[in-house]
Design a binder for this molecule. Structure first.
Ligand code: GLA
Length: 368
C-alpha cells in the first residue's frame, strides 16, 4: 500500500509553468492506493469515493480518456509504460481523504500514489523526480490539463514542518522551516466555478504569448522567469493590456517568492504574510483567477486575530484560501471564519488546521 499527500501552496501561484518559483507544503490528507498483482495485463481500479470501478487493458494501443477520475491512474500507467517500465496487470484500490475541487491537489495525490504502486510492481523502482515528471505528463497528455510540476513535486518531496521553495526550472528545492507557533489554516469556499480548467489553460497560453512577444526585444528569454519587472515595464508596449497584466503578475510573484523565502530563513512570518497579501491582490486584479467567494474569505481572514497572511491557493476560480495563523488563535479563527462566511454566503466552509506533512511513500504494514 502506498500513500501520497495533497498540498497547499503558501506563495508562488501560476509561476510553476513559467519556470518560476513556488513554496508549497504537503498536508496531512492522503490518497491511499493498495495494489495486488494479476495474471493478465489489465488494470482493474476501484475508487472508494466514487464507489466506481474502471478497467484498462495495458496491452491495448488505443486507450482513450473517459473524462472521469480513472483518467489519472490510467494516464500514469501509460506514462510509466512509455518510459520503459514493463507493468504487469494489477488490481488497485483507491481511497482518498484529500478534499476534491478544493485546490488541494487531489489529482496529484492519486497520480503519485498510483505511480509509486505501479513502478514498484514493475520491479524497477523509479527515482522521485522521474515519477513527478511522469505524473505531470499524465495530467498534461491524458487528462488534458496543462498543469505545471508543483503539485506532483511536493506530493513526492514534502517534509514534515517544512515548506519547499521550488525552483521549477532547476527542479530543485530548499526546505524552509515553518515555526511551530504557526498553523496553516485552509479554508474551503465550497465553490468550484466551471471556468477553472479552460481558464487555466488559457492563462498558460497568455504567458506563452508574453514570452513570444518579449523575446523579440529581449533575445534569449525562454520563460517569464527570465524577465525582470524593470524589463517588463520597459517593453510594456510590446504587449496587449491583458497580456501585460498576466506577465506582471508572474514576474512580481516570482520576486515575492524569493523575498518570502528570505523572510522564512530569518523567521520573519510578518514579512511572509505581507507577501501573501500582495500575492492575492495580484491574482485577483492582474491574473484574474480569483472569485467573489475567495475574495470575501480573504477579507474575512484579515478581520480575525492572529492572522499573518491570507490568500487564495491553487489554480483559483473557487477552491480554498491559505491562512497563516498564530497557533494560539487557530481554533478561534476557524470558528469565526466559519460563522462569518456562512452568514455572508449561506455556504458552510470546511476549514482545516494543518501543519506541513511528509511526502509520499509506502505505508508500513503496522499502519494499515
Ligand atoms: C494548479 C496546477 C499547478 C499550478 C497551480 C497554480 O494547482 O496543478 O501546477 O500551476 O494550479 O499555481
Amino acid at each position: 500500500m502506498y500513500r501520497a499527500p495533497g498540498r497547499v501552496n503558501l506563495i508562488g501561484e501560476h509561476t510553476d509553468y513559467n519556470d518560476g518559483f513556488a513554496t508549497p507544503a504537503a498536508i496531512q490528507f492522503y490518497c491511499w492506493v493498495a495494489v495486488g498483482a494479476r495474471e493478465d495485463r489489465k488494470l482493474s481500479i476501484y475508487s472508494e469515493e466514487f464507489s466506481a470501478a474502471a478497467e484498462a487493458d495495458l496491452s491495448s494501443a488505443a486507450l482513450q480518456p473517459s473524462k472521469t477520475w480513472s483518467d489519472y491512474p490510467i494516464g500514469v500507467a501509460l506514462q510509466l509504460e512509455k518510459a520503459g517500465f514493463r507493468l504487469p496487470g494489477a488490481n488497485l484500490l483507491v481511497e482518498s481523504e484529500v478534499p476534491m475541487g478544493a485546490g488541494l491537489s487531489s489529482s496529484a495525490a492519486i497520480e503519485v500514489a498510483t505511480a509509486l504502486a505501479l513502478s514498484e510492481q514493475s520491479g524497477r523502482p523509479a527515482d522521485r523526480l522521474q515519477l513527478a515528471l511522469l505524473c505531470q505528463r499524465a495530467e498534461n497528455e491524458f487528462v488534458g490539463a496543462r498543469v505545471g510540476i508543483m503539485d506532483q513535486f511536493v506530493s513526492l518531496y514534502g517534509q514534515e514542518d517544512h515548506a519547499l521553495m521550488l525552483d521549477c526550472r532547476a527542479l530543485s528545492f530548499e526546505s524552509l522551516l515553518i515555526p511551530d507557533s504557526v498553523k496553516l489554516v485552509i479554508s474551503n469556499t465550497m465553490v468550484k466555478h466551471e471556468l477553472a480548467s479552460s481558464e487555466y489553460n488559457r492563462r498558460r497560453e497568455d504567458c506563452e504569448e508574453a514570452v513570444r512577444r518579449l523575446a523579440g526585444v529581449l533575445p534569449g528569454i525562454r520563460a517569464l522567469r527570465d524577465v525582470s519587472t524593470e524589463q517588463l515595464e520597459q517593453h510594456r508596449n510590446a504587449l496587449s493590456q491583458v497580456i501585460y497584466k498576466r506577465a506582471l503578475h508572474v514576474v512580481t510573484e516570482n520576486a515575492r517568492v524569493l523575498d518570502s523565502a528570505e523572510a522564512l530563513r530569518s523567521g520573519d512570518i510578518v514579512r511572509f504574510g505581507k507577501r501573501m497579501a500582495e500575492s492575492h491582490r495580484s491574482l485577483r486584479d492582474l491574473y484574474e483567477v480569483s472569485c467573489r467567494e475567495l475574495d470575501l474569505m480573504v477579507d474575512l481572514a484579515y478581520q480575525q486575530k492572529g492572522v499573518f497572511g491570507a490568500r487564495m491557493t491553487g489554480g483559483g476560480f473557487g477552491g480554498a484560501t491559505i491562512n497563516l495563523v498564530d497557533a494560539r488563535y487557530a481554533g478561534e479563527f476557524k470558528e469565526k471564519m466559519a460563522k462569518s462566511y456562512q452568514r455572508e454566503t449561506g455556504l458552510v466552509p470546511q476549514i482545516y488546521i494543518c501543519r506541513p506533512a511528509e511526502g509520499a511513500g509506502p505505508v508500513p504494514s503496522s499502519d494499515v
